[in-house]
Design a protein around this ligand. Structure first.
Ligand code: NAP
Length: 259
């Protein structure tokens, strides 16, 4: 059974992206009202013709406040893939989450954050710590959340529709883009997904029919912990740069101000 929370208005961050566009459609299919945060209104009007658009940039905190106002939930699928700056992941993948959380101004929306199957892996070439750091910000903020770590986008055949949700950071494989989007939106609407972090891939078989059961098999993140419940040790918070530890403290302190 899937239990619908009181969620209607959903801010979609990364809505023009390859996952975000599917996420917007998934939200509409489930009767939610998506509001897309976009940088380029004209381009977004072409991609998302029937969707409410709000102009904003994750790197410009002041531009986020209006977009966030009144949102019951936020789906974050942004990414710095198209950005060639060497610090793009820090500024967008991580900084975007930081700026969104700081712009909330006491609101406590439900949040679905997409990161990556390699979020906790330092042994994979090209993997960076910024997704894991962004996850930690979200957990530090204490909002009701779900963190989805998808595998390789669309590296699956058409008959591989059975979702596999794993914890522990060792999973590997592919997953269709539409299924990532569906999982993110379902996580907003299913109590059993609350406070959970998982890797997401697909194997041969059918689509899930019982999302509460699917999410229900997972362990919850431990209260107060900055990491997913079965995450491997690594990237010790105490050894993180001072500025990043300060970010975590700043986000933690917002918990006291939220209503
Ligand atoms: N490829 C894989 O197999 C794989 C697997 C797991 C995880 N991932 C991760 O998934 C993430 C997203 O993937 P994707 O394919 O959906 O990416 P994408 O198509 O490049 O979309 C990225 C989205 O983020 C938005 N964005 C970027 N910078 C922004 C900013 N400063 N302010 C507001 N919005 C901003 C983009 O907006 P614009 O349209 O304005 O540029 C776009 O909507 C990536 O970070 C990637 O690391 C990828």
């Amino acid at each position: 059974m899937s239990q619908k929370q009181n969620i209607t208005d959903v801010l979609m961050v990364g809505a023009t992206g390859s996952i975000g566009q599917f996420a917007v459609r998934a939200a509409q299919r489930h009767g939610l009202r998506p509001r897309a945060l976009v940088r380029d209104l004209r381009r977004a009007e072409r991609l998302l013709p029937d969707v409410e658009l709000v102009q904003g940039d994750l790197e410009d905190p002041a531009s986020l406040q209006y977009a966030i106002r009144g949102a019951d939930a936020i789906v974050l699928t942004h990414g710095s893939g198209g950005d060639s700056r060497s610090d793009a992941r820090a500024r967008v993948d991580y900084g975007g989450v930081l700026n969104i959380l700081q712009a909330l101004d006491g609101a406590r929306p439900r949040v679905a954050l997409m990161t990556s199957i390699y979020a906790t892996r330092s042994d994979i070439p090209g993997a960076t710590p910024w997704k894991r750091r962004s996850e930690r910000l979200l957990r530090a903020g204490g909002l009701p959340h779900t963190i989805v770590r998808p595998g390789w986008f669309d590296h699956v055949g058409p008959t591989q529709r059975r979702l596999v949700l794993e914890q522990g950071g060792t999973a590997d494989g592919g997953i269709a883009r539409d299924q990532i989007a569906e999982t993110l939106v379902r996580s907003l609407l299913t109590d059993n997904a609350l406070g959970k972090t998982f890797e997401l891939i697909a194997t041969e078989g059918d689509e899930p029919s019982d999302w509460a059961e699917l999410f229900g098999t997972l362990k919850s993140d431990e209260s107060g912990s900055l990491d997913g419940v079965l995450d491997p040790v690594g990237l010790l918070v105490e050894a993180e740069p001072r500025t990043l530890r300060a970010d975590l403290e700043a986000i933690r302190s917002l918990r006291g101000t939220s209503g």
